[in-house]
Design a protein around this ligand. Structure first.
Ligand code: MN
Length: 282
């Protein structure tokens, strides 16, 4: 192993997120897709919903379109039912993940399947390169039991949603174009986590419980740590332990033309998306 391969990635920026409301009035915290962090190529948006007040989530996300990217829903608590106009439907329960490729376009709804209790989770938007934006829509529903757990020393657990870890655990979710590594990590107090992630990959930690440190930087939940250059992601749990998502993927490095639920490469393609949606071609 060369020195370079051991270089830990520092925290380049720490974000506390912005309060946001989306769908028919769902209250959440937006970490990516804000004025201060418009995107983190190829990640376009990251929302964290976490509330035990039904008023914050019951309105859900009634029928709306998407085109040009993928939406990844990671449920930690609660249930959401997704349904689209291509005949796909799925119930995402605690610990479950849905990887939806909107691709050429679909109309779907995302509605809570509960009337009280805690609803907690994330939705991550992953861009598609221009060459893959017209890919047919696809749903991958992964219940908690379909997501392998890689045990680590000291009681740490790594749920491997997508990609392959250095220890060889393969996550079941497939992107239409990206090569993401998406992990859901639980670290007890005093434990640490390390995973090689090449420096040419965009990488972030979305901390949703407890506290952690990366090098000299300490973070408390909820927060988003954008990782800088280096070859290894190294995290130490704080005194209360921590739970976080770690996501990494190669940037697409293409222009992004986005508006609401459409993410294209040019303004013309964006106008075409609106026209196709209005004309009922989704
Ligand atoms: Mn949606």
């Amino acid at each position: 192993m060369t020195a370079d391969q051991r270089t830990p990635r520092p925290v380049a920026a720490l974000h506390r997120g912005m309060p946001a409301s989306d769908g028919a009035g769902v209250t959440m915290t937006r970490f990516i897709g804000t004025a201060s962090l418009s995107m983190l190529d190829p990640f376009l948006m990251l929302d964290h919903f976490h509330s035990d007040r039904p008023d914050d989530y019951m309105a859900g996300f009634p029928d709306h379109p998407h085109r040009g990217f993928e939406t990844v829903t990671i449920m930690l608590a609660g249930r959401m039912r997704h349904q689209d106009n291509k005949g796909n439907a799925g119930l995402i329960g605690p610990g479950g993940v849905q990887w939806m490729t909107a691709g050429s376009g679909l109309i779907h709804s995302e509605m809570p399947e509960q009337e009280d209790g805690l609803m907690s989770g994330f939705q991550l938007w992953v861009n598609l390169p221009a060459a893959a934006k017209a890919t047919p829509p696809r749903y991958q529903d992964l219940p908690a039991g379909a997501i392998p757990v890689e045990p680590r020393p000291g009681g740490a657990a790594v749920r491997v949603i997508a990609g392959t870890t250095a220890r060889g655990t393969v996550g079941p979710a497939e992107s239409a174009a990206a090569t993401p590594l998406l992990l859901d990590v639980s670290l007890p107090a005093g434990q640490s986590f390390a995973e090689p992630v090449p420096t040419d990959r965009t990488a972030f930690l979305a901390l949703y419980d407890g506290g952690l440190s990366v090098g000299d930087t300490e973070a408390a939940a909820p927060s988003l740590a954008v990782l800088g250059d280096g070859a290894t992601v190294a995290v130490a749990a704080g005194p209360a332990g921590c739970r976080f998502l770690m996501a990494a993927s190669a940037p697409i490095a293409e222009p992004v033309a986005r508006y609401g639920p459409f993410v294209m490469t040019t303004g013309e393609e964006l106008a075409q998306a609106f026209e196709d949606y209005r004309a009922g071609r989704f």
